[in-house]
Design a protein around this ligand. Structure first.
Ligand SMILES: NC(=O)c1ccc[n+]([C@@H]2O[C@H](COP(=O)([O-])OP(=O)(O)OC[C@H]3O[C@@H](n4cnc5c(N)ncnc54)[C@H](OP(=O)(O)O)[C@@H]3O)[C@@H](O)[C@H]2O)c1
Length: 329
């Protein structure tokens, strides 16, 4: 396959603004003596809030010049060039969440590293593949690294109760499915129109956050949980504090939980915020689950790349059911 010299790419020209534009950019070259692969991008997924990350989570001094502000770290594509010893030979269909400290993947060709990638699930479309990596890896790390449950079907979280907010969002759907797979009892929150859908993902109890007083709910008999995971922050995070038993754990992927701690909650709750890492080996285990029919991706919508402005607006609405994808022809 001949590789063109230039390509379409989406660029965020200014970290202080969430405006994005389309440019013509040189196709990157993979360094053959490193673990870099050149990838033909088929689809890439947008993450809610990502255009604010460079402002709020700046890279350490010295790393910034390496990064060109192309958004979207979630990608599915075909390997074009690979290091000689790579397990991902040219022609392999892969997917990944690329590392945040490198240029993103909203471009026709991108670079992926061996340790970020997995073969993509054979039972998913290109669009469905792109919505998986960041969301599923974040949920995997929350449950099986930070909470410390064993990643084992029916066993890892047997007898444990978990409360998950924004369960209809990109990350929330994976929190529900992986916690259920590990054997936990799952209570999840979402808006009215998504209640039946979140139940269909396996949640034991689904609360409509527009109609339920979470503090009151958590005072019911046997409602308190061992672990709460907040995926959306603010009021949801504040509510999540009330649901946890003394000695339990609260994780937010949105903000440090102490910022939203209400007076009067149990005082021995372990709580923290974390930022996910790209781990290809975890993505490989997630691929196996998807191919076994255990985890389903949540694809909200697909936009041709030329309609990127509409796609970013849809994500900013905060009302997507799963993730929004840009498709390259
Ligand atoms: N720390 C990390 O490593 C990490 C990793 C990935 C993502 N994130 C961040 O985590 C956040 C979530 O990401 P995402 O991709 O899951 O977002 P998303 O898909 O855009 O989440 C949207 C969902 O949030 C739900 N929602 C909105 N307000 C809610 C409320 N008050 N209570 C419960 N649900 C509510 C909506 O549900 P309804 O439509 O049903 O109302 C919608 O389904 C983003 O800010 C993202 O930047 C962090």
């Amino acid at each position: 396959m001949s590789i063109p010299k230039t390509q379409k790419a989406i660029l965020q020209p200014d970290v202080m603004s969430t405006e994005v534009t389309m440019i013509t950019d040189p196709v990157p070259a993979a360094n053959p003596s490193s673990n870099e692969h050149l990838i033909r991008v088929h689809t890439t997924a947008i993450t809610n809030g990502e255009l604010l990350w460079s402002r709020y989570f700046p890279l350490p001094k010295g790393e910034e010049p390496e990064k060109f502000l192309v958004p979207c770290n979630d990608v599915a594509g075909t390997v074009i060039t690979a290091p000689e010893d790579s397990p991902f030979k040219p022609g392999t269909e892969v997917y990944a969440r690329s590392n945040y400290n490198r240029t993103g993947c909203a471009r026709e060709y991108t670079i992926l590293l061996t340790e970020e990638m997995s073969k993509r699930p054979q039972n998913l479309s290109w669009a469905e593949s792109a919505v998986v990596p960041m969301s599923a890896e974040t949920a995997w790390q929350a449950l099986f690294e930070h909470v410390g449950w064993e990643a084992k079907a029916g066993e890892g979280a047997r007898g444990k109760r978990i409360f998950i907010t924004a369960a209809s969002g990109g990350v929330g759907v994976w929190m529900v499915q992986l916690a259920k797979w590990a054997g936990a009892h799952v209570t999840a929150t979402c808006g009215t129109s998504n209640v039946d859908w979140v139940k269909s993902l396996g949640a034991d109890e689904v609360l409509d956050y527009t109609k339920t007083d979470i503090k009151q709910w958590s005072n019911g008999k046997d409602k308190k949980v061992d672990v709460a995971v907040d995926c959306i922050g603010q009021k949801s995070l504040e509510d999540a504090w009330w649901t946890i038993k003394g000695g339990g754990t609260l994780i937010s992927i949105y903000q440090p939980p102490e910022q939203k701690k209400p007076a009067g909650v149990e005082d021995d709750i372990r709580n923290f915020f974390f930022i996910m890492k790209s781990v290809g080996e975890q993505l490989r285990m997630i691929t196996d689950l998807i191919e076994a029919g255990i985890g389903k991706p949540a694809l909200d919508s697909v936009f041709p790349v030329d309609q990127f402005q509409d796609a970013f607006k849809r994500v900013e609405s905060g009302k997507t059911r799963g993730k929004v994808v840009l498709e390259f022809v």
